[in-house]
Ligand binder design. Sequence first.
Ligand SMILES: Cc1cc2nc3c(=O)[nH]c(=O)nc-3n(C[C@H](O)[C@H](O)[C@H](O)COP(=O)(O)O)c2cc1C
Length: 251
Amino acid sequence: MNQSKRIAQLLNKPVSLSQKFNEQTKAKKNNFGNQPPKQWPKSWKTVQYKAYARFPEINLPTPAKTFALQNVLKQRQSSRQFGLKPISKTKLSQLLHYGAGLINPQNNEKRAYPSAGGRYPLEIYLLSLKTELPTGLYHYYIRNHSLEQLPMVEDLKIKDAFEENWVSRASLLIIITAVFKRTTIKYGDRGYRYILMESGHLGQNLYLVGQSLNLGCCAIGGFVDNQINQWLDLDGNQESAIYVLALGEQP
Ligand SMILES: Cc1cc2nc3c(=O)[nH]c(=O)nc-3n(C[C@H](O)[C@H](O)[C@H](O)COP(=O)(O)O)c2cc1C
């Protein structure tokens, strides 16, 4: 009998989905797909980039600022109150570049957060509510450090996707989505764990860079997945929203 079944039996409870998932995605020795890199298929090595070539592209200003990590680590906290000042394009540029962008000109795949197998399954979308950009939905096109303006959903209501009222006072929602296959093609179902771990790394980057720019930030796990997927025209299966961060100028 496997461990989760034994625990469930002891507690006199059915095995939960999370216990099943945890059990069934445990790595076994020699079951990692850990062939030498020379034997990896092309699909494990090719990094994929999503682009919306038919939509208007907005170039972001060149990010310049550097910041002291020690200070921002000490100051980091979740903020749910935001000022009225719109977030500038310069700040958006820095946030996206240092948080999620291609930061190393010598290696055009490397980012400021780690990725299992360098598969980079995460995409970034913005819902701009109070920034120097027009209100609306955007996709971060990482290769050009630009934003692609997506069609705005008619009658988009924040409260349809979030229960907590404070979310509607944020200036910016950053929606992290995952294109699952980019990672699961190599790691199978265990790859789902890696994708969530990776989004935590990216989320922490956004918190810290946000703090360095005096932007308040709060992670949101409680969102209506399919409502956000509908805003972004995602099928919720191949690609789905997995994490949201709300940001705004500190009050
Ligand atoms: C995965 C995750 C999901 C979270 N979801 C929410 C949320 O839905 N609503 C909220 O107000 N805060 C949310 N938070 C923020 C936590 O409440 C917050 O990090 C925690 O209270 C610790 O406070 P601190 O971030 O100021 O240190 C989330 C944090 C994480 C890491």
